[in-house]
Design a protein around this ligand. Structure first.
Ligand code: GLN
Length: 497
């Protein structure tokens, strides 16, 4: 017998609605935030044991926030997001709530403060349902490296949901939350969105504050959102984007109204199709889906032209020098002294460090720390790290050249649909290659977005749209207008309707 609120939820079909539609219903008093929150909590209780999308569920806290939101709505004080439930990736610090980053190292960590993204969404009146599962310290493309066990893809529970924001993606795909936050260092918002049939945006580096986001590779990390539609993403971007003096890389530049810009005409839009994206690693059926999506854009008045990003194939090796280098430095703070896991009965300080870190970190994190330490070591710095910084500049330069001729770049988000759990865990390089079309965008600091563009073997595949710096409004409008012409984004995995 499903819980009472699950039945009521199905009566109203609330979980099939988008964030935008739910916002309208709340405003029109068709439902209360408490009802909505209870319904999502009931779905989490029912489906999470199978999916493992959440690390922490905040039942009491969510209901208290929802009641406060309802009072706000009754008084006429509500903003566009007041009372809407949301899930946060467990990489974002949440005051008074466990923030584990998917690691045993932080299994006991209760954050004393909120990340800026969380603080802004809280202030906007959203209701935090819980914290979502993820690859340990956001290192991965499958959400299998979590200390809390792998996340399952609601489209096929024998497959991965992508990573590292796989818990957020699985939660939204299964409609256990109408939207979720994520982070993208080398594809971790776009790739899981693609593998679960969702919309995911990684904004320009510096557009959204990184304050309170546990650092992986600081020159690449950027917060984003995973939603059912581009319209929903625009609504959340309106709140999370903008300058924050607590993040020194945050850019002080006005934030446009992303929702208001969704209808800007696409006529005359110049889309670039890089030939390097159609490499032998690409499943040809994914390539066909890209061409089908492009034909819709042509119908909408856009012009498609072939372009080249000659250094793009260097993205993966460049990323896997830069990201581990920065990670090895960022993760040195986890020493068993200040916070996080501490080993039992250390005999001296060195024993405390080595055993605490040895016990607290999983295999992939250790691999990255070792790689990073190696490429930064005195003898190899020039050969690897410096070289990678140079190829990074070349990759960025290719994009800048391309944006002289086109407004947007399109291609696949990932080379294949979701792969099987365990399929790539023994071979890190094949795992890394699932982000082959994503890494370069982070190296250049550009905004990128993924939207559902069809199915291959019954599994969703994503179209990646890459924009010039701070061109998120155009990215979202381009995605939104595709979603007005297609219905891929409305599909819900079987068993979760
Ligand atoms: N899959 C990439 C990695 O393992 C990207 C991860 C991310 O974007 N956080 O590093």
């Amino acid at each position: 017998m499903p819980p009472r609120f699950l039945i009521r939820f199905h009566d109203f079909n609330m979980h099939t609605k988008t964030l935008t539609q739910l916002a309208r219903d709340l405003k029109a008093h068709k439902l209360s935030s408490e009802e909505l929150t209870r319904a999502y909590l009931a779905r989490i209780e029912h489906f999470n044991p199978e999916l493992n999308a959440f690390i922490t569920v905040l039942r009491q806290q969510a209901l208290t926030t929802a009641r406060a939101a309802d009072a706000c709505i009754r008084k006429g004080d509500a903003g566009p997001l007041t009372g809407l439930p949301i899930a946060h990736k467990d990489i974002f610090c949440t005051q008074g709530v466990k923030t584990s980053c998917g690691s045993k190292m932080l299994d006991n960590f209760i954050s004393p403060y909120d990340a800026t993204v969380v603080e802004r969404l809280n202030k906007a009146g959203t209701v935090m349902l819980g914290k979502t599962n993820m690859d340990e310290f956001a290192m991965g493309s499958s959400s299998e490296t979590s200390f809390y066990g792998p996340v399952k893809n609601p489209w096929d529970p024998t497959r991965v949901p992508g990573g590292s924001s796989g818990g957020s993606a699985a939660a939204v795909a299964a409609r256990l939350a109408p939207a979720a936050t994520g982070t993208d260092t080398g594809g971790s918002v776009r790739q899981p969105a693609a593998l679960t049939g969702l919309t995911g945006i990684k904004p320009t580096y510096g557009r959204v504050s990184r304050y309170g986001m546990i650092a992986f590779a600081s020159s690449l990390d950027q917060a984003g959102v995973i939603t059912c539609t581009a319209e929903d993403a625009a609504m959340l971007m309106n709140v999370i984007a903008g300058f924050d003096e607590r993040d020194s890389t945050s850019v002080d530049r006005p934030v446009p109204d992303y929702v208001a810009a969704l209808d800007q005409p696409l006529k005359g839009l110049r889309i670039g199709l890089p030939k390097e994206f159609f490499d032998p690693g690409l499943d040809t059926r994914v390539g066909d889906a890209v061409h089908a999506a492009l034909s819709i854009y042509k119908k909408l008045g856009a012009a498609v032209r072939d372009i080249s990003l000659p250094n793009f194939p260097l993205s993966v090796p460049t990323y896997y020098v830069v990201a581990p280098a920065e990670a090895s430095s960022n993760l040195s703070r986890f020493d068993g002294v200040r916070y996080g896991h501490r080993c039992e009965n250390p005999v001296d300080l060195m024993d405390l460090y080595t055993r605490s870190r040895g016990e607290g970190f999983g295999a992939e994190v250790k691999r990255r720390i070792m790689t990073g330490t190696y490429v930064l070591s005195a003898g190899y710095y020039d050969a690897y790290y410096l070289k990678a910084q140079k190829t990074r500049t070349l990759i960025r330069g290719d994009f800048l050249e391309a944006f002289k001729q086109v407004d947007l770049i399109m291609g696949p988000t990932a080379p294949t649909p979701a792969f099987k759990l365990g399929e790539k865990t023994d071979d890190p390089v094949t795992m890394y290659l699932n982000d082959i079309y994503a890494n370069g965008v982070n190296l250049a600091g550009l905004p990128g977005l993924s939207i559902p563009m069809g199915f291959v073997d019954g599994l969703p595949v994503g179209l990646q749209i890459i924009g010039n710096y701070f061109d998120e409004a155009r990215l979202l409008a381009t995605a939104h207008q595709y979603q007005r012409e297609t219905d891929w984004h409305t599909r819900i995995p079987q068993g979760y309707e």
